[in-house]
Design a protein around this ligand. Structure first.
Ligand code: 5GP
Length: 206
């Protein structure tokens, strides 16, 4: 049986650029880990494709998934639901492949409880003004929504201490490189590889 894959969770405040960093990670090159596509009840933005960017679903469908225990985690975020379908994550980890989630902080805390051996990475803005610029620059929301997201973001930054790593998103390539380094190091943790080496030297064998 394959060694179970590692769960990598990228989270952080609204507008910090989690989506951009995640897309850059998977666009640049082939990865040993796969992205878990989230489900959401929000409307697609221009250019977004169902089954690629998100599974776009109705509130009724989403609530049915929750009732059927089909979600690893979910959160209500600015009037919409977002969540991680459980089946794909479990199947992929069981097959020995790493899974990468890009989710907001409340969802990440649910995953932390369920999968304590996951790797939890908090993406931070270099400062608050650049965060506001990013939220504004997205251009898809009105002023009221921008303020709402900004307030939420500040509250979310307070949750950093619950994570294993803090990665500054000063530039996307830098942030991607830091995340790659973390993943590589995490794979070298004795705790993750000890069973394989004990098997090699016959420890535990009669
Ligand atoms: P957006 O609407 O900008 O695509 O995403 C809004 C927020 O939802 C972002 O912070 C994004 O990381 C988060 N998000 C996306 N997918 C999921 C998910 O499956 N679960 C949770 N909890 N948050 C998600």
């Amino acid at each position: 049986m394959a060694t179970r894959g590692m769960l990598i969770v990228l989270s952080g405040p609204s507008g910090v650029g989690k989506g951009t960093v995640r897309k850059a990670m998977f666009q640049d090159q082939q990865r040993d880990f796969v992205y878990s596509i989230s489900m959401t009840t929000r409307q697609p933005r221009p250019g977004e494709v169902d089954g690629v960017d998100y599974y776009f679903r109705s509130k009724e469908d989403f609530k049915r998934e929750i009732a059927d225990d089909g979600m690893l985690e979910y959160a209500q975020y600015v009037d919409n639901y977002y969540g991680t379908p459980l089946k794909y994550v479990n199947q992929t980890l069981d097959a020995g492949k790493d899974v990468f989630l890009e989710i907001e902080v409340n969802g990440a805390m649910q995953v932390r409880k369920k999968c304590p051996d996951g790797v939890f990475i908090f993406l931070t803005p270099p400062d608050l003004s650049s965060l506001k610029q990013r939220i504004k620059g997205r251009g898809s929301e009105d002023m009221q929504t921008i303020d709402k997201r900004m307030h939420k973001a500040v509250d979310e930054i307070k949750m950093m201490r619950q994570y294993d790593y803090a990665v500054v998103n000063d530039t996307v390539p830098n942030a991607v490189q830091r995340i790659e380094n973390i993943i590589e190091s995490e794979h070298l943790r004795v705790q993750r590889v000890i069973a394989q080496y004990e098997k090699m030297i016959g420890v535990g064998e009669k």
